[in-house]
Design a protein around this ligand. Structure first.
Ligand code: WQD
Length: 351
């Protein structure tokens, strides 16, 4: 059974990926300092898989602490590196915190991967590396433009760091560019737990609908799109998760044609903000309380993926549609509320 180190394993995409890895026969360990996540999410992973995943609560920016994980686990066969800050707005307010955290943690992990001759490495990247593309769908060869935020720059730099490191040693790597991950595992045992007021659209919708937020703002209805609101490629988090399992198999089976390959992970469909709200209202049978507000600085008008490369080379095909994404996101929000009621305090079980 191959052992995989998942950094950021207590996070949203990390925890869903751990479930998929376990269900596909991998042994998984996590390294997550829980600065932006809840260790209790691994209890949800255990409820789904029956497996208790060990998490090393280490700050990956501290080399010695990161190195100690590898000393204790010399049999790691592959790494999936999620651990990073990812709030676009926060990165604008505090760029150095983002450059330090996201780049230093990546560098330490890559140093250890080289020292311990770990052959396979998957990097969590983002469609944000494309900047504001001239047209969509974007392919993996679409020229990446100026990033729209320091967060986006850390993903662009991260890709270069991985690419150039792979060129200098035996590391075989894959960069996975997520479009907009949304929704929750169909078991509703794990899902997204935003820290503070959610910046992203779908948790803002579900928190407004459940009453955590009084009202939601639609940031702009004057964009050159079919209904004036921004267009994105929303993709279910469990589809994203499964792509990581397929990416590891692709490397383990030596199917990769270079030591650093890039894949877009999107559905290939674009939906506007108003269309997402409409889908949510349909599946939740609730009308959403929102207003139209001015555009949000840094937002791009439209982007969605050409996902043919992941389909043909990884054998990946997204299973969940927009209604599934909305229904699982809403079900998870209702579960968080129920736990708050059952156990008192804010998400007591997940503290
Ligand atoms: C989507 C659309 C908003 C909130 C970013 C990162 C990306 C990934 C996902 C990490 C935009 C609109 C949002 C709200 C709104 N991050 N919106 N009201 O900005 O496309 O992508 O988050 O993995 O890398 O770049 O996602 O969900 O913030 O916004 O109208 O309350 O929803 O203006 O048009 P985004 P988002």
């Amino acid at each position: 059974m191959k052992k995989i180190l998942v950094t950021g394993g207590c996070g949203y995409i990390g925890s869903h990926t751990i479930v998929d890895l376990i269900q596909n026969g991998f042994h998984v360990i996590s390294a997550d300092n829980n600065s932006r996540s809840k260790p209790a999410i691994l209890e949800g992973v255990e409820r789904i898989t029956g497996v208790k995943v060990k998490n090393y609560t280490v700050d990956l920016c501290i080399f010695d602490d990161t190195h100690a994980v590898f000393v204790e686990n010399p049999d790691i066969d592959g790494i999936i590196h999620f651990a990073a800050y990812k709030a676009v707005g926060e990165s604008v307010e505090n760029p150095l915190m983002y450059f330090e955290n996201n780049n230093n943690s990546l560098i330490n992990i890559l140093k250890c991967a080289s020292e311990f001759n770990i052959p396979h490495f998957v990097f969590s990247s983002s469609c944000t590396v494309y900047g504001n593309p001239d047209e969509s769908p974007v392919t993996e060869n679409t020229i990446t433009k100026e990033a729209e935020s320091p967060y986006g720059y850390t993903k662009q730099m991260g890709e270069q760091i991985v690419r150039l490191t792979a060129n200098s040693n035996e590391l075989q790597t894959i960069l996975l560019r997520y479009f907009n991950p949304v929704g929750a595992h169909p078991s509703i045992q794990i899902g997204e737990i935003p820290i503070g007021r959610p910046a992203n659209l779908v948790p803002a919708i579900t928190q407004t609908a459940i009453g955590k937020l009084p009202q939601m703002q639609v940031y702009g209805n004057d964009y050159p799109t079919r209904d004036g609101s921004c267009l994105r490629d929303y993709i279910h988090v469990s589809d994203i998760a499964h792509a990581h399992t397929l990416a590891l198999h692709y490397l383990i089976d030596h199917k990769n044609k270079s030591n650093c390959e890039v894949f877009n992970l999107g559905t290939g469909n674009g939906y506007t903000v108003f269309e997402v709200i409409k889908a949510f209202e349909k599946v939740s049978q609730q009308s959403l309380n929102y207003t139209v507000a001015p555009r949000r600085p840094g937002d791009i008008t439209a982007i969605y993926a050409n996902n043919e490369k992941a389909r043909s080379l990884l054998g990946w095909s997204p299973k969940y549609n927009l209604d599934d994404m909305m229904l699982t996101a809403w079900s998870w929000e209702m579960k968080l509320k129920q736990e708050e009621t059952l156990f008192g305090g804010k998400n007591a079980q997940l503290n």
